[in-house]
Design a binder for this molecule. Structure first.
Ligand code: KG4
Ligand code: ZN
Length: 340
C-alpha cells in the first residue's frame, strides 16, 4: 500500500510518502519563524495562504525523495482535524482533488491519532520488546491537547483523561512569551531550562493528587505570571530558573498521571506523542518510569514529535491493515478517536 499523506492543521505544511508502513519521505515546511513569530502566535489567515503556496511543491518534493510517481499512489491520507479550519481546508481540498483526479480513495485522519502513530515510524525500536505491544497507554502532549489513552489494539482507543483547560504545550508557550522569548517558545524555554535550577521556584503541580487522569494547566500559567510580576528588575537574571521550575512542574504532573495509569491499567507498553514529547526532561523521566516498572516503552524520534505528515500516513496504514479499526466514511464522519 502506497500512501501519500498531507498535514496542514496548523503552521506546518507537510507531505509524506508511506509505503507498506515504512516512511519513505517526510517533508515539513514550517511557517513558524518566517511568518508567525512576528505576531507572537499563529495567524490562521496567514497560515492558510502559505499552505496554498507551498502545498504543491511540498507534494512534488515528497514524491521525488521517495522516488515514486503520483500515478502509482494507492491512497491519499489527510488530517481532517482538530486544527485551524482555514489551514485544514487547504490539505483536505488538495487531498480531495488528488483523489478525484487519480481515482483513488481519500482517508481522513484525526491529527491526534497521527501523534499516537508517530510511535510506529519504525525509525526507533520499541525498547525491550519482549511481548506484544498492546494494551498500550499513550501520553499525548501537544500545543493544543494533553491526554492519556489506552489502546487495546490498532484503532481501538479509550480516553482515560484529558486536560480540563490548557494543554501542557500552551503552558510552555505562554511562559516563554511572558519571559520575552519569541514564538514558538516551548523548545526555547526548555533549552534555557537546562541552565536553570528546577527547585528555584515552587510552582503548583495542578491535579497531581486527584484520583483521575484529568489535567489542568491554566492555574500554573497564572501562578507563573504573578511570580514574574513580583520579580521586578531581578527578572531577566532569573529566566533560566523560571524556565527550569515551570518545566519541572509540568513534567512532574505528566509523569505522575502516567504512573497512576500504569499502576491501574497495567499496560504492556507506554508511548509518548505530540510536540512536547520533544522535551528532553519529559523523555528522560518517561524512560526512567518505564525502566522502574520494567515495561516496554516508545518515544518518537524528534522529527516525528512535532507536526508532520508521516504520522498521518502511518495512522492511515494501520487503519487500512486492521479490520477492527473504524474507518470514517466521509469528512463529516466522527473521528474514531473519542476526542473533541
Ligand atoms: O504537536 P505540535 O507540533 O502541535 C500541536 O498539535 O499542537 O506541538 C507543538 C507544541 C508547542 O506548544 C511547542 O511549544 C511544544 O509542542 N514543544 C515543546 C518542545 N518542542 C515543541 N515543548 C517543550 N519542550 C520542547 N522541546
Ligand atoms: Zn500536533
Amino acid at each position: 500500500m502506497k500512501i501519500l499523506a498531507i498535514e496542514t492543521s496548523c503552521d506546518e505544511t507537510s507531505v509524506s510518502i508511506v509505503i507498506d508502513g515504512r516512511v519513505k519521505s517526510n517533508i515539513v515546511a514550517s511557517q513558524a519563524f518566517k511568518l508567525h513569530a512576528q505576531y507572537g502566535g499563529v495567524v490562521p489567515e496567514v497560515a492558510a495562504r502559505e499552505h496554498v503556496s507551498v502545498i504543491i511543491p511540498t507534494i512534488n518534493l515528497a514524491l521525488k525523495q521517495a522516488k515514486i510517481k503520483l500515478a502509482n499512489i494507492d491512497c491519499i491520507a489527510v488530517t481532517k482535524g482538530p486544527g485551524l479550519a482555514t489551514a485544514l481546508m487547504v490539505g483536505v481540498d488538495t487531498a480531495k482533488a488528488l483523489g478525484l483526479a487519480l481515482h483513488k480513495p481519500v482517508l481522513p485522519i484525526n491529527h491526534l491519532e497521527g501523534h499516537i502513530y508517530a510511535n510506529f515510524a519504525g525509525q526507533f525500536k520499541i525498547s525491550n520488546l519482549k511481548s506484544k505491544i498492546f494494551p498500550a497507554i499513550i501520553l499525548t502532549v501537544s500545543g493544543g491537547h494533553t491526554f492519556l489513552t489506552e489502546m487495546k489494539g490498532h484503532g481501538q482507543y479509550r480516553l482515560l483523561g484529558e486536560t480540563l483547560d490548557d494543554a501542557a504545550g500552551e503552558a510552555f508557550d505562554k511562559t516563554a512569551r511572558m519571559v520575552g522569548l519569541g514564538y514558538p517558545g516551548g523548545a526555547q524555554l526548555s533549552k534555557l531550562a537546562e541552565q536553570g535550577n528546577p527547585a528555584a521556584f515552587d510552582f503548583p503541580r495542578p491535579m497531581i493528587k486527584s484520583d483521575n487522569f484529568a489535567f489542568s494547566f491554566s492555574g500554573l500559567k497564572t501562578a507563573v505570571l504573578y511570580k514574574i510580576q513580583s520579580l521586578g528588575a531581578q527578572r531577566s537574571a532569573l529566566i533560566p530558573d523560571l524556565a527550569a521550575s515551570v518545566q519541572a512542574a509540568i513534567v512532574d504532573v505528566l509523569i505522575a498521571k502516567l504512573e497512576k495509569a500504569i499502576i491501574r491499567y497495567k499496560p504492556k507498553t507506554i508511548m509518548l506523542g505530540g510536540g512536547v514529547a520533544a522535551n528532553k526532561l519529559l523523555r528522560k523521566r518517561f524512560q526512567i518510569l518505564a525502566s522502574r516498572f520494567q515495561i516496554q516503552s516508545s518515544i518518537p524520534s524528534f522529527e516525528y514529535c512535532t507536526d508532520n505528515a508521516a504520522m498521518i500516513g502511518l495512522a492511515a496504514h494501520y487503519r487500512l491493515k486492521n479490520k477492527k479499526a473504524k474507518f470514517p466514511a466521509s469528512f463529516s464522519a466522527q473521528p474514531n478517536l473519542p476526542l473533541k
